[in-house]
Write a protein that binds this ligand. Structure first.
Ligand SMILES: [Zn+2]
Length: 651
């Protein structure tokens, strides 16, 4: 398999016809030969790329660590972080001591006022126990920033884990309770007391879960974008005096958005009527949960045993270097990314991807102009929105300023807390300032991409602009089937069930006629129903509503990327290796999404992930794509060729 020809015919399994199950036709042999490694919950093409990026990042971090003070400021910053993180002996030797100042304060908590004061200090350093706070573009005016207050506080992935009464959920809660008790034990609580405390903590979290929105509800901007005067929140959440609390955290604006006020009221009530003893345990558990992966092995191993092994089905911890590369990328990602793009992103790649993005944007324009179900009024608004799209490719023009962040080699957890506090200050400092249009929401070396509805922009980090998504030397069909469909996917997010609620300047505004919205929803419902039928495990199906936005984006992304390919190479381009451009396009698409999951990971993702499992990201949209049926001779009504009257099509 060369770089220029990623299509490996030796892998394709003709005993599984392309017209029956294209995903397994292309990937079954690969999946068979590449089981999920013990250190992963899932394994496939993009995880392999992530692994490759991590190996390169490791080399850069090791170089930075050994350069020490001889390196430049960024090199010293990431070098110190990495060296402290890799010093397992030092981390083991200090045990829970790095948490001591907080633990001593928790021991001294005697009233709701004390809980509030301690929670406030934790929120100030970005480790708040009660809810999340983030700064983003204002949903009504993208020129300014707004603070978003979000429900949080659950140690399990989402509300259903606390409320479902099936056997598996009950057993999982039992394992979680034992895990909470084990971590409290690691902090020094005796076994009986830890068991009692864990029960009370679970009951406390269950109240928060009952008041939480489900992941599916949380996707709905009409539910979650709610503007409040900061001052009015004192009365709305009186025990906590939420307005004053937010002021003290550093929110200087007059208004904030609150995703779920009812949740905050329940937090307030729970803090008011729970015993001080239990509140101390709730705080201890919160503190150990958010720091366990940076503490001594007893904490880290127990954390892995529950979150990695039981929830994720992962058999072994990843090697230490990989965990630290992951942590540094999430804590000070833009510092690492600077080193990464110097060696891993040639300017020619950027030029070629820019060309692809332009072609994809034009194809989306044709899809909007050419569809047969929109009235002219909505169509004009959609085209205005598309014209307002901006894009970023590779890495930021200007890097984040880390000059006020100092890290040393003395304490890994100390560094992580400093980085978290720095990030909190950075975000709070944005309030009242003009929008930084150059800002990136993820570091440049990650394997990911995004559409940002509040900024109406699409962003493609250098980390994803590599095989199997993008091949510098491959023919167009392969790259349009790969990165082209990813670009098309992100563009389509601007017009999916949530993206379509925002306009060209990123404001939440209804630009749809009622008639067109009804037709959009009718078309979207076809996708919901199709995906609801897809099986994840014997008793779990895909959640069609939770995954709707991603499924609309996959289907639209494929359609517009295929159209862009035809625009780029014409309709009569020659076959290569006996494969037509359309065949190469679909084969590249299916290859890119191959992915094996542990059963536990597949189950968890079905509850929380807005993306469908890989096999349905391939077979779902392609069975709705007539060009696929034509390319592989799938007869009408074959599993991969839905009859025309059952096909979904939004864009
Ligand atoms: Zn997406």
């Amino acid at each position: 398999m060369t770089d220029a020809n990623p299509l490996d015919a030796a892998q394709w399994d003709d005993s599984i016809p392309a017209s029956v199950d294209f995903y397994h036709h292309v990937n079954a042999r690969w999946l068979e030969a590449n089981p999920v490694p013990p250190e992963y919950p899932m394994w496939g093409a993009y995880i392999q790329l992530d692994h490759n990026n991590k190996e390169l990042t490791r080399r850069l971090l090791e170089e930075a660590a050994s350069a020490g003070d001889a390196g430049d400021a960024i090199s010293r910053l990431v070098g110190n972080y990495y060296a402290a993180g890799m010093d397992e002996a030092a981390i083991a030797a200090v045990g829970a001591e790095p948490l001591r100042p907080f633990l001593d304060r928790i021991d001294a908590v005697a009233s709701y006022a004390d809980v509030r004061a301690l929670a406030l200090d934790l929120h100030r350093i970005g480790a708040g126990p009660l809810f999340g706070i983030g700064i983003e573009a204002d949903f009504e005016d993208a020129e300014v920033y707004l603070a978003y207050v979000q429900q949080a506080g659950l140690g399990l992935p989402e509300r259903g884990y606390y409320l479902n009464d099936d056997e598996r959920s009950v057993a999982l809660r039992g394992a979680y309770e034992a895990h909470v008790a084990a971590q409290l034990g690691n902090l020094g609580t005796g076994p009986d007391a830890a068991k009692t405390a864990a029960e009370a903590i679970l009951a406390f979290e269950r109240r928060l879960a009952e008041a939480s929105l489900s992941p599916e509800q949380h996707r709905d901007p009409k539910l979650t974008l709610n503007r409040f005067e900061v001052a009015a929140l004192d009365e709305e959440v009186p025990g906590l005096r939420l307005g004053a609390f937010l002021r003290d955290v550093g929110i200087t604006s007059e208004t904030v958005s609150v995703d779920n006020l009812a949740f905050l009221k329940v937090v307030d009530a729970a803090l008011g009527d729970t015993s001080i003893e239990t509140l101390r345990d709730v705080l201890r558990w919160h503190l150990v949960r958010v720091t366990a992966s940076s503490l001594a092995p007893a904490f880290e191993d127990e954390n892995f045993a529950f979150y990695g092994r039981i929830l994720g089905g992962q058999q072994e911890q990843q090697p230490r270097w990989k965990r630290i590369v992951g942590a540094v990328s999430s804590d000070i990602g833009e510092a690492v990314a600077q080193l990464f793009v110097r060696v891993a992103f040639p300017p020619e790649s950027k030029a070629r991807v820019e060309e692809l993005v332009d072609h994809l944007l034009h194809a989306m324009g044709r899809a909007i102009r050419g569809n047969d179900w929109m009235t002219e009024a909505t169509r004009a608004e959609a085209l205005t929105k598309l014209a307002g799209f901006t894009y970023k490719i590779g890495y930021p023009a200007e890097w984040r300023d880390y000059s006020t962040l100092e890290l040393d080699r003395a304490s890994y957890l100390g560094n992580r807390l400093k980085a978290s506090a720095f990030e909190m200050r950075r975000q709070m400092g944005q309030l009242g300032k003009p929008m930084d249009k150059g800002e990136w929401a993820m570091p440049a070396h990650v394997v990911n991409a995004y559409y940002h509805p509040l900024r109406n922009e699409i962003v493609f980090p250098a980390g994803i602009l590599q095989p199997p998504f993008f091949y510098a030397d491959a023919d167009d069909a392969v790259n349009y089937g790969g990165i082209g469909t990813v670009i098309g996917h992100e563009i389509t997010h601007g017009f999916d069930d949530t993206g379509s609620r925002f306009d060209a300047v990123g404001a939440l505004r209804d630009w749809w006629t009622e008639e067109d919205r009804t037709e959009f929803e009718r078309r979207a419902d076809v996708i919901v129903e199709q995906f609801n039928d897809y099986r994840v495990a014997d008793d779990v199906n895909v959640n069609g509503k939770l995954t709707l936005g991603e499924n609309i984006a996959d289907l639209g992304g494929i359609a517009i990327s295929l159209d862009a390919l035809h625009e780029a190479i014409g309709d009569d381009a020659p076959a290569i290796d006996g494969l037509t451009p359309d065949q190469r396009f679909f084969l590249a698409y299916a290859t890119m999404w191959r992915m094996g999951y542990t059963e536990a990971a597949a189950r968890m993702l079905a509850n929380v992930d807005t993306h469908s499992p890989s096999q349905y990201r391939v077979n779902g949209p392609l069975s709705n794509t007539p060009a696929f049926a034509a390319a592989f001779g799938a007869a009408d009504g074959a599993p991969m060729a839905l009859p025309a009257d059952q096909q979904a099509k939004v864009w």
